[in-house]
Design a protein around this ligand. Structure first.
Ligand code: COS
Length: 384
C-alpha cells in the first residue's frame, strides 16, 4: 500500500530499517537470551539523530511528528520489540516535558534528549495503581523550596538505565486524581533508588525496574506545569504515545509475517511447499490483510495528531487496541504456520510472539482502551 509518505518520511523509514537489519537483527537473539540492555544500538540511533525526531528544532530536534516517530518505531519493532520498546519508552517519558514543560525545563532537558545523550523514562504505575491511573500513592510534599518524594513506582521501562524521569505523584490527597502532579527527577538524586531488574516473558532487551523514592528532595522548579495537573498530563501523554504502541504492533507483526512466508515457501510436505496449500494461504492472507488495516489506522491516527487536532483520545486508543490485538494474533499464527520450527528458539517468531504479549498490556491494557473508546462514544452521543 502506498501511504503517500513524503521523501523525508521514506528516508526515515529506510534509515531505521537499515539500522534494524544491520545492527539489531544480528544481536536480537543474544540480547533476549542475556536480557541485555541495547546501549550499542541506542548509540547508533543517537548518531543518526533518531532521538530528536519529534523534538522541536529550537531544542535541537528534527521537529517531525507522531507519524515519523511511528515509522521509526515500526521498523525497529520489525526487528526486535525489546529494542523498539526502549526507544519508544524514551518518547513516552519525553512527552510530559514536551507538552507541559516550562521553557526553562525544555531548554535544560530537550537538547540532551534529542541528541540521545540522556535516556528518559516515564513513571506512573505502582503496586496498586496501573489501570486506575488516579489511584497512585507516591507523595510529593512541598517543604520550603523543595518537594519531598516518597513511594515506589513499579514496572518502569528504562528504569535504572534512563537518567531523566518524568513521574506522577500526589501533592494533595484530598483532591484524588486532581491532586496528582508531574515532576522531573534526575538519576543520582539522593533518596532516589532502583529496585531489581525484572525478569520478563518478552521484550527482554528492555530494562524494567522499580523506582524507589525515600525522602527524595527535588527543587520546587522541577514540577511540570502546576500542582494538580498530573492526571491530565498523564492522559495527554498517553494520547500522544499510544499510536506508537500501535506502530510496535504493526512492526512486530510484519516481522513475524515475513518469517512465516519465507518458511512456508521452503518447507515441503506431501511433496509441495506448504505455501501451496490453501489452509496456509488463508492464514497468510488474513495476516497480511490485518497488518495493512492496522498500519492504515496507526498512520491515519498519527497524521490526525500531527494535524494539531485537540481531541485524539478515542482515535489514539483505537490505534493501540486494534494494532496490538492484531499483533498477538499474527505473531501466534506465524508460529502456527511454522509448526514445530516456529516453537523453537532457533527461529525468531517464538521471541516475536512472547514479545507481542506486552503490547496488549502496557500503556493501558486493551480492556482499558475499550473503556476509553466507550467513554468517548458516550460523550459524543451526549453532544448530539
Ligand atoms: N485528555 C484530557 N482529559 C482527560 C482525558 C484525556 N485523554 N481522559 C480523562 N480526562 C479528564 C476527564 O474528562 C475528567 O475530567 P473532569 O473531572 O473534568 O470530568 C478527568 O480527566 C477524570 O477522568 P475519568 O473520570 O475518566 O477518570 P478515571 O479515573 O475514571 O479513569 C481512565 C480514566 C481509565 C481512562 C484512566 O485512568 C486511564 O487511562 N487509565 C490507564 C492508564 C494507563 O495507561 N496505565 C498504564 C501505565 S502508564 S505507561
Amino acid at each position: 500500500m502506498d501511504y503517500f509518505l513524503t521523501e523525508e518520511q521514506v528516508m526515515i523509514r529506510e534509515l531505521t530499517r537499515q539500522i534494524a537489519e544491520e545492527k539489531v537483527v544480528p544481536v536480537r537473539e543474544e540480547l533476549d537470551e542475556k536480557e541485555e540492555f541495547p546501549w550499542g544500538i541506542m548509540e547508533v540511533l543517537a548518531q543518526s539523530d533518531l532521538f530528536g525526531l519529534f523534538i522541536p528544532e529550537e531544542y535541537g530536534g528534527l521537529e517531525k511528528g507522531c507519524l515519523e516517530l511511528c515509522i521509526a518505531v515500526e521498523e525497529l519493532s520489525r526487528a526486535c520489540l525489546g529494542v523498539a520498546t526502549t526507544y519508544a519508552a524514551n518518547a513516552l517519558g519525553t512527552y510530559p516535558i514536551l507538552l507541559f514543560g516550562s521553557d526553562e525545563q525544555k531548554k535544560k532537558y530537550l537538547p540532551e534528549i534529542a541528541a540521545g545523550k540522556r535516556l528518559v523514562a516515564f513513571g506512573l504505575t505502582e503496586a496498586n495503581a496501573g489501570s486506575d491511573a488516579g489511584g497512585i500513592q507516591t507523595t510529593a510534599k512541598l517543604d520550603g523550596n523543595e518537594y519531598v518524594l516518597n513511594g515506589t513506582k513499579q514496572w518502569i521501562t528504562n528504569g535504572g538505565e534512563a537518567e531523566i524521569y518524568t513521574i506522577i505523584a500526589i501533592t494533595d490527597k484530598s483532591k484524588g486524581a486532581r491532586g496528582a502532579s508531574g515532576f522531573i527527577i534526575e538519576k543520582g538524586t539522593p533518596g532516589f533508588n532502583f529496585g531489581k531488574k525484572e525478569k520478563k516473558m518478552g521484550i527482554r532487551a528492555s530494562a524494567t525496574r522499580e523506582l524507589i523514592f525515600d525522602n527524595c528532595r527535588i527543587p520546587r522548579e522541577n514540577i511540570l506545569s502546576k500542582e494538580g495537573m498530573g492526571f491530565i498530563l498523564t492522559m495527554k501523554t498517553l494520547d500522544n504515545s499510544r499510536p506508537g504502541v500501535g506502530a510496535q504492533g504493526v512492526g512486530v507483526a510484519q516481522g513475524a509475517f515475513e518469517e512465516a512466508v519465507k518458511f512456508a515457501r521452503q518447507r515441503v510436505q506431501f511433496g509441495h511447499p506448504i505455501i501451496s496449500f490453501q489452509a496456509v494461504q488463508h492464514m497468510l492472507a488474513d495476516m497480511a490483510t490485518e497488518i495493512e488495516a492496522a498500519r492504515a489506522l496507526v498512520y491515519s491516527t498519527a497524521r490526525y495528531i500531527d494535524s494539531g487536532a485537540k481531541e485524539v483520545t478515542k482515535e489514539s486508543a483505537m490505534a493501540k487496541v486494534f494494532a496490538t490485538d492484531m499483533a498477538m494474533r499474527v505473531t501466534t499464527n506465524a508460529v502456527q504456520v511454522m509448526g514445530g520450527s516456529g516453537y523453537m528458539r532457533e527461529y525468531p517468531v517464538e521471541k516475536m510472539m512472547r514479545d507481542a504479549k506486552i503490547l496488549q498490556i502496557y500503556e493501558g491494557t486493551n480492556q482499558i482502551q475499550r473503556n476509553v473508546i466507550g467513554l468517548s462514544l458516550i460523550k459524543e452521543a451526549a453532544k448530539k
